[in-house]
Design a protein around this ligand. Sequence first.
Ligand code: F6P
Length: 341
Amino acid sequence: MGVIGLLTAGGDCPGLNAVIRGVVGRACQHGDEVLGILNGWEGLIKDRTTPLDRDKVRGILGRGGTILGTSRMDPYVHGDGLASLHGTLSRNGIDRIIVVGGDGTLRCAMQLADEGLKVIGVPKTIDNDISGTDITFGFQTAVQIATDAVDRLATTAEAHNRVIVVEVMGRTKGWIATHAGLAGGADYILIPEHEYDIDHVVDVLRRRHRSGHRYSIVVVAEGIDPPPGYEPAEVKKDAFGFDRLGGVGYGIAAAIEDRTRFETRVSVLGHIQRGGTPVASDRVLASRMGVAAADFSRDDLTNVMVAIRGTEIVPVPLSEATSAIRGVPEDLYATAQTFFG
Ligand code: F6P
């Protein structure tokens, strides 16, 4: 067999180094060679690589970020697809790649697979929105960070009798918002999957304040639509062509304050949700997925994504994994709604 190319692409997330360690550790056991590709697809286009062996991946399990670097470069947006990778692949004898990425990266991997490259995907994102897998690593860490923030913000909100709007990441889905809001006891949670009425939000907060609880926490997913009349002046795009989100919490806060006159503040958690050490469950999941990817490679099981279903690690076709962006089911949101106000 040839060399396995290993890359991490798209936004980083806690657990990437655990996957790298998992792939390399297992591939070494199989006697397979792994070449790390630097900075995502960019390294494959520009031939930036580093050999990886067991020693190179010692001491990285609990480290945030990725020792390989990442970028939002895309061979179909910034090159000619597989043709722009041929030079690097043939010069280094790479005959398959393990791609650790989110939705945009996995779509790109599937296009390359359609052009004939052997690809194994490993789903990674704090957003937890990849189809075909029950959960993605990085998500539990982001939820823990956001929950800690909600807990902290609740005490300062209470001290000042304020409303605090906590905006969390998640792109077009509300997984982090729903989990962190539920875990933190939020008084309202707004997610893109569930249409909201700002006047209902306000009614719930007024009722709560009337009952003597004169502070509230509203958790907002960054991907919700702004309330009518509070739209931002412009929306920027990232390298994959996705909207760059962030800031909708300010519109929600203004709409609440305008209607209630309750003093309202905003905390946009941003990239802190992606940084730092992964929680134990993400380290375990990422390690299992990395090891499985190396096993799939040995078995020549390609054009699949490593997934977890229940407690089992299984291969799913890349086509299934990229078929849709997975959203929060209504019953989970309904559970969180039970505790609003
Ligand atoms: O997809 C992960 C994510 O953190 C989203 O939750 C967020 O919208 C986006 O990436 C931020 O991207 P960037 O790091 O490019 O600002």
